[in-house]
Design a protein around this ligand. Structure first.
Ligand SMILES: [Zn+2]
Length: 325
C-alpha cells in the first residue's frame, strides 16, 4: 500500500512539474539585466552598479506579477501572426493607430509587448526627470524584462509553445533550458549603449527580428526530433526535491548547435537594447546626476510591494495565458 502510494506520488510529481521551463528563463532575464549595466557610460553605470543586485533580482518581477494581475500577461508577447500574411505591414506601429484599426480588445488579446515597452520608456524618462531613484530602479528592472521578452522568437507567435505543431514544450526549451545549459559560454561583450531616437521603432524592429527566427526555432526542432531516437529526446533531472522531465542534454546540445548561435545572438541583442533604453531615457531626461543615496523611505515602499508580489507568486495560479509552457 505504502509503496503504491509512493509510486503514485512520484508519478504525480513528474507529471505535475511542467517540462522544465520558466519564461526567458529567470536565469536569462537576470543575466540580460545584469550585463546591460556594463554597457552604460561611467556616469550612469556607477548608479546602476551600486544597485546591481536589485537590477538583477528584479528582472523577473513582471513574470511574478502575472500571478497577481490579470492585465499583466499580454505585456510579455505579441502574436503578430494572428494578423495574417505580412503582419508587420498590417499592424500600425503606433498604439492609437493600431487601436483604431483593430480595437484595444483585440490588441490585448494577442499581446502588446512593443507598446508596453514604449510605455515603460516614458515612465523611465519621467522617473529620471524626477530623480526618483527607487522608481528609476523599479522601472529599469521592468523594462529590461519586457525588452528581453521581445527578443524571444516564440514571444511573437500564436504557436508560442509549439502547441499547433505538436511541439509542446519548445517555449521553455528555447528560452530556459538552452540558456541554462549553454549561456555561461556566451560572449557578453556587446559594446556600448547608444542613444535610441525612436524607442517604438527600435522595439518593433526587435520584434520583427525575433519573428523572422520563428520558423527556424520550430523547423530545427522538428527535423531533429524526426531523426532522434525517441527514448533519448527527454531525460529526468533532479531539481530540489522533485524529479523533472526535461529535454536531454544531448538533444539540447544538438539543437543548440543547429541554430548556430541564435540564442546567444538574441540574448546579446537584448542586452545592448536594454542598456540603450536606460541610457536614452537618462539622456532624454537631461542627464540628471544621481550620486546621492536613495532615501530609505522609498526603498522601504519598494520592498513592501515586493513582499506582496512574492506572496501572490507563491500562492496563486497564473492569471491570463500561460505563456511559458
Ligand atoms: Zn515575461
Amino acid at each position: 500500500m505504502l509503496i503504491a502510494l509512493k509510486r503514485f506520488l512520484l508519478v504525480f510529481l513528474i507529471l505535475l512539474v511542467p517540462l522544465f521551463s520558466k519564461p526567458w528563463g529567470f536565469f536569462a532575464h537576470k543575466r540580460v539585466n545584469r550585463v546591460a549595466v556594463f554597457t552604460l557610460p561611467t556616469e550612469l553605470m556607477s548608479f546602476y552598479k551600486e544597485h546591481l543586485e536589485y537590477i538583477t533580482e528584479h528582472a523577473v518581477d513582471p513574470d511574478k506579477r502575472r500571478y497577481a494581475i490579470v492585465e499583466e500577461a499580454p505585456r510579455h508577447y505579441i502574436d503578430i501572426d494572428h494578423y495574417g500574411e505580412e503582419p508587420f505591414e498590417k499592424v500600425p506601429r503606433k498604439w492609437l493607430e493600431a487601436i483604431d484599426k483593430f480595437t484595444e480588445d483585440t490588441l490585448q488579446a494577442y499581446g502588446i509587448v512593443p507598446w508596453h515597452v514604449q510605455r515603460m520608456y516614458f515612465r523611465l524618462v519621467k522617473a529620471f526627470e524626477q530623480k526618483d531613484k527607487a522608481y528609476i530602479l523599479k522601472v529599469s528592472a521592468d523594462i529590461g524584462h519586457y525588452i528581453g521578452d521581445a527578443h524571444v522568437p516564440l514571444h511573437t507567435t500564436e504557436n508560442y509553445n509549439g502547441q499547433l505543431t505538436n511541439q509542446k514544450g519548445i517555449h521553455g526549451f528555447w528560452e530556459s533550458r538552452l540558456p541554462e545549459l549553454f549561456a555561461e559560454d556566451y560572449d557578453y561583450f556587446v559594446g556600448k549603449a547608444t542613444f535610441i531616437r525612436s524607442p517604438l521603432d527600435h522595439i518593433w524592429d526587435a520584434v520583427e527580428d525575433s519573428h523572422a527566427a520563428v520558423d527556424s526555432v520550430l523547423d530545427f526542432e522538428r527535423i531533429l526530433t524526426d531523426h532522434y531516437p525517441s527514448d533519448r529526446k527527454y531525460g529526468y533531472e533532479e531539481r530540489g526535491a522533485s524529479t523533472v522531465k526535461t529535454y536531454s542534454r544531448d538533444f539540447s546540445a544538438e539543437y543548440h548547435e543547429m541554430m548556430s548561435g541564435m540564442v546567444e545572438r538574441r540574448m546579446r541583442a537584448a542586452i545592448i537594447t536594454v542598456g540603450s533604453f536606460w541610457y536614452s531615457a537618462w539622456v532624454e531626461a537631461g542627464k540628471p546626476k544621481l550620486e546621492e543615496n536613495i532615501p530609505p523611505k522609498d526603498l522601504q515602499t519598494l520592498e513592501e510591494e515586493q513582499k506582496e508580489l512574492e506572496a501572490k507568486f507563491r500562492s496563486e495560479a497564473i492569471k491570463g495565458r500561460e505563456h511559458d509552457q
